[in-house]
Design a protein around this ligand. Structure first.
Ligand code: SF4
Length: 328
């Protein structure tokens, strides 16, 4: 039996100080990731710092220039917000495609960004080889079952897939992560918030001890307004992506593409922006042939493993199909 202390934080400052002073403590939001990891023995915090009663962190504000979502806003509330559905539909759709309704009612936006990989070897401590769980121990997935693992952004130390949906849409639309810590506030572009495994796969985010996400900000843009999130998976509900794509287009008056956003999920070690696909779309007539041609450039440099080569073609087809479903 592993004893756990519990502290309900009344102020953000108290939470930050406690987390800074006690590296074995962990912040608790909706609990839909952390409690899972505690049950399977991967996370063993000595103290849970409950953030859910902190005031002012669950707001959803859509201004002319941006969407600002507090870290404690629930997935289901953000997904159902009328302004989010209308002006950032890919964000709303990505949230709707994640987890189950019960989980979305509990899970927070900050916690969603902190979710960890679904690699089975990571989540089962009876497997001794996992560099992410136990640095230096090896990677059981390299020569094991790796059908769901990543083909982009991997290293010889870890080939785990980033599992989330929301962050794929956030990466496509240049979101910013607002952070508060012992040294004050700072803002990190969402693409920099997710670290590639390299030779330190246990480090997934650039957060220092005591730092917490306070909000996520998504700029408004014509491409965000005309956007989609498409998720392809083994079953239609409550399943992680085999591949997904967040896409958005701004179309000029002459029918050509004035702005393009494409990001992939389910195939990479982090949410994966596709600048080559975006560049291929720009300035050309927005027609299905162009979408197929540009999407064929996705997943360039992919490094498939024994069981997951299918993801390369699946990623390209998912991006093309997502573009074709946009209202033009
Ligand atoms: Fe661990 Fe990463 Fe290898 Fe999975 S892929 S076993 S998380 S090191």
């Amino acid at each position: 039996m592993h004893a756990i202390d519990y502290l309900r934080a009344d102020t953000l400052e108290t939470a930050i100080e406690t987390l800074r002073d006690d590296p074995s403590s962990a912040p608790l939001g909706g609990g839909t990731t952390l409690i899972d990891l505690m049950k399977c023995g991967v996370a063993q915090p000595s103290r849970l710092i409950d953030l859910t009663h902190l005031p002012g962190l669950n707001t959803i504000v859509a201004s002319e220039s941006a969407l600002l979502v507090g870290a404690l806003a629930r997935m289901s509330d953000v997904q159902a917000h009328p302004e989010v559905q209308q002006r950032w539909p890919a964000v709303s759709e990505a949230l709707l495609r994640g987890a189950s309704q019960q989980l979305r009612n509990m899970a927070t936006i900050g916690g969603n960004l902190m979710q960890r990989t679904r690699c089975g070897y990571f989540r089962d401590p009876t497997f001794s080889e996992c560099n992410k769980r136990s640095p230096g121990s090896g990677c059981a997935a390299l020569n094991g079952e790796n059908r769901g693992h990543a083909v982009l952004g991997t290293s010889d130390h870890c080939i785990a897939t980033y599992p989330g949906d929301l962050a794929v849409a956030l990466v496509a639309f240049d979101a910013m992560v607002h952070i508060l810590g012992p040294d004050g506030p700072r803002t990190v572009p969402i693409d920099d918030f997710f670290l590639l495994p390299g030779d330190t796969p246990e480090q997934e985010h650039p957060l220092s001890q005591g730092e917490l996400i306070t909000a996520v900000e998504v700029p408004a843009s014509p491409a965000a307004r005309r956007s989609r999130y498409l998720k392809v998976r083994d079953r239609v509900s409550y399943e992680f992506a085999a591949a997904s794509a967040a896409v958005g287009l701004e179309i000029a008056d002459d029918g050509t593409v004035a702005d393009a956003r494409v990001a992939l999920g389910g195939v990479a070690a982090k949410p994966w922006r596709e600048p080559a696909v975006e560049a291929a779309l720009l300035g050309r007539p927005a027609v299905p042939e162009l979408f197929r041609e540009a999407a064929a450039l996705a997943a360039s440099g992919a490094r498939p493993w024994q069981h997951n080569a299918y993801k390369v073609e699946l990623a390209r087809r998912t991006a093309a199909r997502a573009l074709m479903t946009l209202p033009l």
